[in-house]
Design a protein around this ligand. Structure first.
Ligand code: ATP
Length: 347
């Protein structure tokens, strides 16, 4: 099936600095994609190339197969929601939303009808007569969204649209935005540097690093099977256990001398803190175990993290609720790993 958007070996320089390097990405109709990565990794540059505010130095961008690499922004079947909502302060909410269709030459009554529909989609049908300043931050954000979807683009680009909101509202808006996107069926490309936000909302996450796409995958793939050490460390909290070669096709981990079959070049094994077991009593046969010493206990209510030193490795062990919170630094414990929960990483 033809993708809605295809980005083919796109590169972009700013003078000597290469902001994008051979970026490849296919986006399907109605997909929710998160562009995730640290500051400066090229997320906004890629979004601007898709929107048409920047032109790549090399590569192609197609929508529905049509080459739009050099098309001006207004000729692209997409719209952008920016960090600052940029609403017109002296216009009513309804007029703000109707502004786009009006400028495109749609008659006033028709434009207002479409604006009402868009406002209903974001749950603000009652607010049309208000001025933007009479709305909360979250409501203003939804007006900006209504304005961006009023012309029913095929693709909506969102550049950190929730970053001005406080944490609680932000979490609520993440869920709402996801529901609105599902209802609309419009593909979203959402820029964020917040891994939880990406995990909570996206069908697929594109992890970027130094202008390159480091990995593309579902949230579960990215979390469980990161393609590199960088992805493992950027998404969630990994335990990275160093490995050394132990004969052809085998490695030995710096934990209980555990030996595993592994591809050439494997440098370490990753295990998430919630998969590390604190063994009480006899250990099940499928666990590799080692004795350790608790160095730190961090109990935050829903979760307790223990930092346990096992030889050269400091392991993070996550437990639900306050389980383990009674342990003190210096306590001796037995830690267990299931080889099946380990993910091998080459670089
Ligand atoms: P952030 O999360 O901080 O917004 P980002 O991943 O969106 O970061 P970009 O804005 O895409 O990063 O920038 C990528 C790199 O390109 C950065 O090193 C940035 O300084 C540089 N850059 C971006 N725009 C320009 C420009 N107009 N001129 C020169 N350099 C630029």
């Amino acid at each position: 099936m033809q993708p809605l958007l295809s980005i083919e070996t796109v590169s972009k320089h700013f003078a000597a600095h290469q902001a994008l390097r051979d970026v490849e990405l296919m986006v399907g109709a109605g997909e929710f994609i998160a562009l995730l990565g640290p500051s400066g990794c090229g997320k906004t540059t890629l979004l601007r190339c898709i929107a048409g505010f920047l032109t790549p130095d090399a590569g192609r961008i197609r929508i529905d197969g049509e080459d739009i690499t050099r098309a001006p922004p207004y000729r692209r079947p997409l719209n952008t929601v920016f960090q600052s909502y940029a609403l017109f302060p002296h216009m009513s909410v309804l007029d703000n939303v109707a502004y786009g269709p009006r400028r495109a030459g749609v008659a006033r009554a028709e434009a207002q009808g479409r604006a009402r529909e868009a406002l209903a989609l974001v749950g603000l049908e009652e607010m049309g007569a208000r001025l933007p300043r009479a709305l909360s931050g979250g409501q203003q954000q939804r007006v900006a969204l209504a304005r961006a979807i009023v012309n029913r683009p095929k693709l909506l680009l969102l550049d950190e649209p929730l970053s001005a909101l406080d944490l609680k509202l932000r979490r609520r808006m993440q869920i709402e935005l996801k529901h609105i996107q599902e209802k609309l069926g419009i593909a979203f490309i959402f820029v964020t540097h917040d891994q939880e936000e990406a995990m909570a909302m996206a069908d697929r996450i594109v992890v970027m690093h130094g202008g390159r796409v480091e990995q593309v995958g579902t949230p579960a793939e990215i979390y469980r099977a990161p393609a590199s050490r960088f992805v493992a460390e950027f998404v969630g909290e990994p335990n990275l256990i160093p490995a050394e070669p132990a004969g052809p096709g085998r490695i030995r981990l710096a934990f209980a001398g555990l030996e595993l079959a592994a591809p050439e070049g494997t440098r370490c094994a990753m295990i998430r803190p919630e998969d590390v077991v604190l063994v009480e009593g006899a250990a099940p046969a499928d666990l590799a175990t080692a004795g350790g010493t608790v160095e730190e206990v961090v109990a935050i209510g829903p979760m307790t993290t223990l930092f346990v030193r096992c030889g050269d490795v400091l392991l993070k062990v996550a437990r639900l609720g306050m389980s383990g919170a009674e342990l003190h630094p210096g306590a001796g414990v037995t830690v267990g790993l299931r080889p099946a929960a380990l993910h091998l990483i080459a670089e």
